[in-house]
Design a protein around this ligand. Sequence first.
Ligand SMILES: Nc1ncnc2c1ncn2[C@@H]1O[C@H](COP(=O)(O)OP(=O)(O)OP(=O)(O)O)[C@@H](O)[C@H]1O
Ligand SMILES: [Mg+2]
Length: 332
Amino acid sequence: MSVLNTEGLKAYYIIDVLGEKRYVRAVDDVDLEIRENEIYGIAGESGCGKTTLIKTLFGMVEPPLNVMDGKVKYKMNAEYADIFAMDNKRMREIRWEYISYIPQGSMSVLNPVQKVRYSFEHFIKAHRRIRNKEEEFIKPVERHLQALGLPVQILDSYPHQLSGGMRQRVTVALATVLQPKIIIADEPTTALDVVMQRGVIQLLKDVQSSLKNTIIMVTHDMGIHANIADRIGIMYAGKMIEEASTEEIFGNPLHPYTQYLIGSLPKIGDKSYKTSAPGAPPSLINPPEGCRFYPRCDRATDECKAAIPKLVEIEPGHKAACFLYSGVKEDE
Ligand SMILES: Nc1ncnc2c1ncn2[C@@H]1O[C@H](COP(=O)(O)OP(=O)(O)OP(=O)(O)O)[C@@H](O)[C@H]1O
Ligand SMILES: [Mg+2]
């Protein structure tokens, strides 16, 4: 059962270049089906559109970003609701209670000049009418922190008194205190050292197993995905180019780009220099015609330059957008 879907989602930045309107095609025709209770990882190099995609999933679409086409649907009360058809009031109601978002570089979610307790209080009061502070605020927050293995004393700290890793775990606790069904986290471990990363990953796993919710987790770090994700979607230049279970992505990667991403994982003791897929992702204002990866792909043929391969199921539960496996083209 899916809990969040997209259909043909296109989200472009509309920018002005020397007086001319240009489109940055950051999310370009993405179909997703996120399942209930799964941890879905979104991977891809910098600039591939990961943040833009999840901002759009959260309905956080403000100029210069525009949804050009497609839908985002949340499953609510056994029905699918189109979020772009909701008014602002409804959207505000379901944010944080139904779906929550831990933005990239999210230390800023905590108010730096107030104790952590006030961030929680402010957050909860924005969503719930509190009559009995002890019963409806203090106790549930303390229970939540305890359930996540965080010391209750942090409530009386200022954010700067906490380590970076603890601050990030507090951010996760804050984003999950209203028990949302879906949590979206954008690079929640990127600024942290390895030990701290492990703490945050474990916390996200604990949140998932205690709340039985869905986590959509974005990072360019394939090692983190290997540790936490049930399924992984690989993005390249605004498109989803492969999707499969974590075992399949690492054990049987199909798309040459995925093979490159995995091959570029540093291995202990491996000092060999990686020469595959040199270069960087293309500009999303003028992406290459055809497969967007072909300029970097050592297996590209004329077909790859001429048409865009469509993301289709190659093996059960394993999709790829590559002419090595299927002749299906995107119709453009
Ligand atoms: N406000 C903006 N105006 C114009 N273009 C933007 C804007 N924000 C992002 N972009 C462009 O959209 C594309 C996708 O960016 P996005 O931030 O979604 O990538 P990302 O995969 O999250 O990268 P990173 O791994 O660096 O966080 C990039 O080409 C980026 O330059
Ligand atoms: Mg990003």
